[in-house]
Design a binder for this molecule. Structure first.
Ligand code: AMP
Length: 218
């Protein structure tokens, strides 16, 4: 199955992708992760992308589409979950030329929940573990529970940049909801619950499974 995950930054697409991929054996392809990897390795693409990412802007379509195209050519990418792509109509049209999508899951939550989730994230510099000032509080302030590494806040998760990313989402990415709705591919999933609540993972996985099983049995 070829699935696109849509939803605002901070809605939890990455978390849901990990849950789905384990159960359905799909490659999890996140353009954000691919860019961050390129930045870490200081490749030409990474250097170009960093300028846009740090400011909360979208990386230009040509660069992003090229990156995704290459990733989809890899052996493991026959069935996949796309997380963070497409983000513009132009990208969606390019994707259509590369392959046929079976389903688009659109996750939505209130702006209050989104701001809280994004603003509180802290990441370990050493091992990459993710903490949250409300949902996964580190035992020692600013220090990783796993390896004692220093925790930092992603440059693109600072308050001003978050606002910029949400605005860009509204303008450039939200139109994709209609685009896929008209094609009959869009399924909505409410993801507003407190991620920390005992039932959250089970509830969201149940919702996702109901949609996926419905599509498989068609
Ligand atoms: P994410 O981890 O998905 O929030 O992505 C982090 C950043 O990478 C975004 O804020 C964009 O600057 C960039 N990015 C990721 N995916 C795309 C895309 N499909 N188109 C343009 N820029 C992207």
């Amino acid at each position: 199955m070829k699935i696109v995950l849509l939803g605002s930054p901070g809605v939890g697409k990455g978390t849901y992708a990990s849950m789905i991929k384990e159960k359905y054996d799909l490659a999890h392809i996140s353009t954000g992760d691919l860019f961050r990897e390129a930045i870490k390795k200081s490749t030409d693409l990474g250097k170009k992308a960093k300028e846009y990412i740090d400011r909360g802007n979208l990386v230009p379509d040509e660069l992003t589409i090229e990156l995704l195209k290459k990733r989809l050519e890899q052996k493991d990418a026959k069935n996949f979950l796309l997380d963070g792509f497409p983000r513009t109509i132009n990208q969606a049209e390019a994707l259509e030329k590369i392959t046929k999508i079976d389903l688009v899951l659109n996750f939505y939550a209130s702006e209050k929940v989104i701001l809280q989730r994004l603003g509180g994230r802290r990441i370990c510099k050493k091992c990459g573990a993710i903490f949250h000032l409300k949902n996964r509080i580190p035992k020692k302030l600013g220090i990783c529970d796993e390896c004692d590494g220093e925790l930092y806040q992603r440059a693109d998760e600072m308050p001003d940049i978050i606002r910029e990313r949400l605005e860009i989402y509204r303008k450039k990415t939200r139109p994709l909801e209609d685009y896929y709705r008209k094609k009959g591919l869009l399924k909505e999933i409410k993801a507003d619950e407190d991620m920390n609540s005992f039932n959250f993972k089970t509830e969201i996985l149940d919702k996702i499974e109901a949609v996926l099983d419905g599509v498989k049995n068609k």
